[in-house]
Design a protein around this ligand. Structure first.
Ligand code: PEP
Ligand code: CO
Length: 467
């Protein structure tokens, strides 16, 4: 009898559970079938390091899984709502920061100067376009790099390439170039301290801005340009601060090191859905965008906004397949298409993509990355980019999108708030000979502070001309 009673109770309990689950939203939407934070492991993957010590890897992954999220699901939803405004043509996206952050660079001054520069760029863009500017940094987690060559040879010695400080070291030694999983935990802590400063600066930005703007603009800028830019900034900042609520700086990085991304993925118990809590926005890089591969598999399951880099090899068909895989429901602001064709290819390659996506009706954001298609090697062997080429690709993008009746939603740049000498040209007329003076980038050449402000100023000008 007791046995039967137990069975009855158990059966009743079971039924109640099923009824409950029916009246609640399903744990996983139908299009997430088969997905879990670790399902990418069943797919072929490109650009992932081979860790020699599998036990150590598991141990550090576990440590990260137990760590607090860096950003919250509610903030991620807020970021996406802002991106939805961009998709509708009512806002502009400024995304910028290092090609590769380095642990040593996460100091207060470089973070502060980055924030200040982004803020001033946003003010210039706002003044010219009249649109609110959403700022997303390539910051607080941009530590992993895809590489075209898996190995690097110096003299007689060949070693694995540097893949970003979350994976290995820049130092050209066997030890330095070995993938070390403990670096994931270091990257997490560096991201946390950068975010801490970003949040503090966000709160105190008004007084911070006015105190800094006078002297910081002087560095390396001609007197005439200084006067012009300062007048613009004073005027635009006055307008921004009076009319718009201050927006936080959101964070983003390439979703490349999937072990790290998986470990920072959390389920939002209150609202449902999985969020990557290491950044507000993530993007799919040019080298890892194959449809049935691991990176796309991971990104299809998270609720964060996702960028897709679109290089010259992208076709309309492939892009639509990616968009549908990553956002089958057509959520406004979920997908950010980042064109990175290069000035010599954008005319030939971008229109087909613009037309295909427009015809699909998917509510995407289109932005231009005028950096990655325009990298060249200087006489010294250093990687560089020419300022006029960068600006020209950005202007072609704006013109083309206006021509197709699409909102040119933003710009994605590699930049720093420091006066480095990594890209040639601009008002400081940086020459190839100057590159060695302050070339600090851990990977690709960045716009320096003056070039970044000038780019924002010229972006505004070209917008006004084509509007
Ligand atoms: C990057 O954004 O640093 C990068 C590597 O870009 P892409 O994937 O477009 O080459
Ligand atoms: Co880069």
């Amino acid at each position: 009898m007791i046995f039967t009673h137990d069975i009855d109770v158990l059966t009743g309990e079971f039924r109640r559970k099923r009824e409950l689950s029916r009246s609640h939203p399903p744990a996983r939407p139908a299009h997430h079938e088969g997905w879990s934070p670790s399902s990418w492991r069943r797919f072929p993957a490109k650009q992932l390091p081979v860790y020699p010590d599998a036990d150590a890897l598991q141990c550090y992954e576990h440590q990260l899984q137990q760590s607090p999220p860096l950003v919250l699901a509610a903030e991620i939803r807020h970021c996406q709502q802002q991106l939805a405004q961009v998709a509708e043509g009512r806002a502009f996206l400024l995304q910028g920061g290092d090609c590769a952050e380095s642990f040593a660079d996460c100091q207060s001054t470089s973070v502060r100067d980055h924030v200040l520069t982004m803020e001033q760029m946003a003010a210039l863009i706002h003044q010219a376009t009249g649109l609110p500017v959403l700022k997303i940094g390539r910051i607080a987690g941009q530590f992993a790099k895809p590489r075209s060559q898996p190995e690097e040879t110096v003299g007689e010695i060949t070693l694995p390439s540097f893949r970003g400080e979350i994976i290995n070291d820049r130092e050209f030694s066997a030890n330095g170039r070995t993938a070390d999983p403990q670096r994931m935990v270091r990257a997490y802590h560096h991201s946390a301290s950068t975010l801490n400063l970003l949040r503090a600066l966000d709160k105190s930005m008004f007084s911070f801005y006015t105190a800094q703007q006078q002297e910081s603009l002087h560095t390396g800028v001609t007197e005439q340009y200084y006067r012009m830019l300062r007048a613009q900034l004073e005027d635009s900042y006055h307008r921004v601060s009076n009319k718009l609520p201050r927006q936080p700086l959101f964070t983003s990085h390439e979703a490349l090191l999937l072990n790290y991304e998986e470990a920072l993925t959390r389920r939002d118990i209150a609202h449902g859905g999985w969020y990557n809590c290491s950044a507000h926005m993530l993007w799919l890089g040019e080298r890892t965008g194959d449809l049935d591969f691991a990176h796309v598999e991971y990104l299809r399951g998270i609720a964060n906004p996702v960028g897709i880099k679109c290089g010259p090899g992208m076709t309309g068909e492939k892009l639509l397949a990616l968009i549908t895989r990553l956002d089958p429901q057509g959520t406004p602001g979920k997908i950010v298409l980042i064109a990175r064709m290069g000035l010599d290819q954008i005319h030939a390659k971008l229109p087909a993509l613009l037309q295909a996506v427009k015809a699909s009706g998917h509510p995407v954001v289109w932005v231009i990355d005028p950096m990655h298609g325009n990298t060249r090697t200087a006489g010294s062997g250093q990687k560089t980019r020419t300022f006029t080429t960068i600006v020209e690709e950005m202007q072609v993008f704006t013109t083309l999108l206006h021509r197709y009746g699409i909102h040119p939603g933003g710009v994605h740049v590699e930049m720093t708030g420091l006066e480095v000498t990594e890209c040639t040209g601009g008002l400081q007329q940086i020459s190839e000979q100057d590159l060695s003076h302050r070339y600090y980038s851990a990977c690709d050449p960045r716009l320096n502070r003056t070039q970044a402000l000038e780019l924002a100023y010229l972006l505004g000008k070209s917008w006004q001309n084509t509007d």
